[in-house]
Design a protein around this ligand. Structure first.
Ligand SMILES: [Zn+2]
Length: 278
């Protein structure tokens, strides 16, 4: 699933090409993509409108429209938002929606598994999009201070892996970047969040930001489906330290990397560099 670095890369790639272009037509090939509107209603509100801005919260993309509405997109498992400069290029097989800018190209939502969503909501009113409404702190923002992070961990018996995946605590982290950050900080995924020392939480706080920034600089991780807004693969899969590398040598100490289910997700770690508390 695309995580913060992938969604941010899509945002940055689309930003220069989809704003201020009149939307001449909207084609919906998979109506269930529209959570809260009928196809007719959606088309009526979006055709002849234009995107004025594109922002991100967690794994959500928010297209601001002229007037009082925003279009909220979530890519879920396999969704892609790709800009085509030539709108006559044949549609990919799993195209769910097309925003047609006429001679200025088109923005297409392609989604093999079809879990992606598009919601039209009044600006800033996210009650209808529950996952967006309840999002926690943005980890690359100024609000994500070490104090804030230590407050999130204090006194909690939840496993640190589960806490970092919880979107209502920190927005945008998923399985890949949680595993990479915990490795970077030398912390076992099953450690109770409240058991981390000050030094450990400081290392982890720094690791989360560094790993996310490096992943964005590398246009995200393409293991299978993810593409940028121009349909290109990311390259952070070549920089992963431990994710998906069970049985390979730890890049730091050479021990065999392991994985196990933690918080319902397959979690990769080095048993030597990331010790459980005894
Ligand atoms: Zn190691």
């Amino acid at each position: 699933m695309p995580e913060l670095p992938e969604v941010e890369t899509v945002r940055r790639s689309l930003l220069p090409v989809v704003l201020h272009k009149p939307i001449e037509a909207v084609h919906i090939h998979y109506p269930r993509l529209l959570h809260n509107r009928s196809v007719g209603e959606f088309q009526e509100l979006v055709v002849n409108n234009q995107f004025l801005d594109l922002t991100r919260r967690g794994k959500y993309l928010i297209f601001s429209l002229e007037g009082d509405l925003e279009l909220v997109a979530h890519l879920r498992m396999t969704g892609r938002l790709i800009y085509y400069s030539d709108a006559s290029i044949p549609l990919a097989k799993h195209t769910s929606a097309v925003f047609d800018f006429g001679a200025e190209g088109a923005l297409r939502f392609e989604d093999v598994r079809k879990f992606g969503t598009l919601d039209l909501v009044p600006k800033g009113k996210y009650e209808e999009v529950r996952g967006l409404y309840t999002l926690g702190v943005e980890p690359l923002s100024a609000e994500f201070t070490l104090d804030h992070f230590q407050d999130l961990l204090a006194g909690r018996s939840t496993k640190i892996k589960g806490l970092l995946l919880d979107q209502t605590k920190i927005a945008g982290l998923g399985n890949i970047y949680v595993d990479e950050s915990l490795f970077e900080a030398g912390i076992h995924p099953e450690r109770p969040a409240g058991s981390l020392s000050k030094a450990e939480s400081k290392r982890l706080h720094r690791a989360i930001r560094e790993v996310l920034e490096l992943a964005i600089a590398n246009q995200g991780t393409t293991l299978r489906d993810y593409r940028t807004g121009f349909g290109q693969e990311g390259s952070f899969q070549n920089r992963l330290q431990i994710y998906g590398k069970k049985g390979k040598a730890c890049p730091r100490c050479g021990a065999d990397l392991e994985h196990k289910k933690v918080a319902g997700r397959t979690s990769h770690f080095c048993p030597a560099c990331q010790r459980e508390l005894i």
